[in-house]
Design a protein around this ligand. Structure first.
Ligand SMILES: [Zn+2]
Length: 443
């Protein structure tokens, strides 16, 4: 498809493509202008696209759950009012010239709030340093914990914003953010406050997960149960009392917590009526997936070592399998998640960046889609479902993730012909515009 750049006609103040002659909709200064797919040399930048009144996006291609259909999508009061045939009446009309509309993307598993980075450790590893040598040099999760403990809310927010902006620039409107690099009462809560702050600074929706059971801090080495009793569970209750927790997460692995310890965390979550999710079966099989399913978890994440029986359990519980190819790639893992078993048992699969400073310093959902296809064998349609409707499900959200009347108008508009192009390209961002709850931005 040829790339179209919308420009206002000479002497006309309206936004290009707007046909109703109401004049230029005001550009809300509170709405950040975001990335667009660029202009060729000498071309004028596209005009901002603003949706602040009942609007029909017409001449579009709509990525619906059962395939792509040409038609229109109407937006009113921040929601999708209709799809398919445009309704009659006095609507602002924007001609999308055949562009593809998908649900806005959702990154349902991130650790974007954290202090510092681990580039030095990355370099050491490539120069042949062992894990133990890196740990002795202060590397590993310990370095992130100490950098995070030393950061204020303002610091954490300032460091996270460029990562969040990179996601937003790819049409992401909802981001899950975990705690888990504080591992003490104050810092776990500070991380969640920083996460909540993000949605006051950007047009984005944040869902928080309390991940106190991420690792055992050095001061509790060999005393994981004491850490849970003295720090993790009190921090969970305090964070919940402050309204900072949307879900409770844990890391079930030989190097972290065993299923019995995770069960204590889940029992505490249940007592607070909070949903749970779990990092499970990433490096070994420990039984975390079955445990998560037995608690009706929203999601079991990583799941490389999940078995056929685990897939059955996820299916029966309606728990989403969140696949995280960025960590698989960075750690050069060999065991891919059992996608065929997930398909056979009808397990919903999501994809996410797992953005974190150690095993997945990745801020591209589009790249996660590509990796999900190339490394795990997902189809492009599965990849798109994985970052839209199944990602919404992994966060317990039923008001977004699909193009359907009544849902939030969280949309991504792309300069591509088919959804497959989103997963196919590597390191290319064809976003044309992003619509967040009815408010559109286009760079
Ligand atoms: Zn993670």
């Amino acid at each position: 498809m040829q790339r179209h750049i919308l420009r206002p006609a000479v002497g006309q103040k309206g936004v290009a493509g707007v046909k109703d002659g109401h004049g230029a909709p005001p550009i809300d200064p509170g709405i950040m202008c975001i990335h667009n797919s660029g202009t060729t040399e000498g071309e004028q930048a596209p005009m901002p696209l603003t949706i602040d009144r009942p609007t029909i996006l017409e001449n579009a291609r709509l990525a619906l759950p059962d395939g792509v259909r040409s038609g229109a999508l109407a937006v009113q009061d921040g929601h999708i009012a209709a799809i398919g045939t445009p309704p009659a009446g006095d609507w602002t009309r924007i001609d999308l010239q055949g562009r593809l509309i998908t649900p806005a993307l959702i990154d349902c598993h991130t650790h974007i709030i954290h202090g510092g980075h681990r580039a030095q450790e990355f370099a050491m590893r490539l120069e042949g340093a062992s894990y133990a040598e890196i740990a002795r040099a202060g590397g590993g999760i310990v370095s992130t914990v100490s950098a995070t403990r030393g950061a204020s809310v303002d610091d954490l927010v300032a460091q996270a914003l460029p990562r969040l902006d990179a996601l937003i620039a790819e049409g992401v409107t909802t981001v899950e953010v975990k705690s888990g690099y504080g591992l003490d009462m104050e810092t776990e809560i500070r991380m969640l406050r920083a996460a909540r702050r993000l949605e006051t600074l950007r047009p984005v929706r944040i869902r928080t997960s309390f991940l106190g059971a991420h690792a055992v801090p050095a001061e509790y080495s060999g005393r994981a149960d004491d850490y849970l009793h003295e720090i993790c569970l009190p921090a969970l209750r305090a964070a919940h009392a402050e309204g900072l927790v949307d879900a409770v997460d844990g890391f079930c692995e030989g190097i972290a917590f065993d299923p019995a310890q995770i069960a204590r965390v889940f029992d505490a979550a249940r007592a607070l009526e909070l949903p749970v999710k779990l990092h499970a079966e990433q490096l070994t099989h420990t039984g975390g997936t079955a445990l998560a399913a037995s608690y009706g978890a929203l999601s079991a994440d990583h799941v490389e070592y999940a078995t056929d029986a685990d897939a059955q359990a996820l299916s029966a519980a309606g728990t989403v399998a969140v696949l995280l190819p960025g960590a698989f790639y960075t750690l050069r893992e060999r065991q891919a998640p059992p996608v065929a078993a997930f398909r056979a048992h009808g397990v919903a699969m999501a994809l996410a960046t797992d953005c974190n400073p150690g095993s997945s310093p990745m801020t591209s959902v589009l790249l996660a889609m590509n990796m999900g296809c190339t490394l795990f064998g997902l189809t492009p349609d599965e990849a798109l479902a994985g970052v839209t409707r199944n990602a919404a499900r992994a966060l317990g959200l039923s008001d977004c993730g699909t193009l359907a009347p009544g849902l939030r108008a969280d949309l991504a508009i792309w300069d591509v012909e088919s959804p497959a192009e989103l997963a196919y390209r590597i390191g290319f961002n064809p976003l044309y515009a992003r619509v967040f709850g009815g408010a559109a931005t286009q760079g």
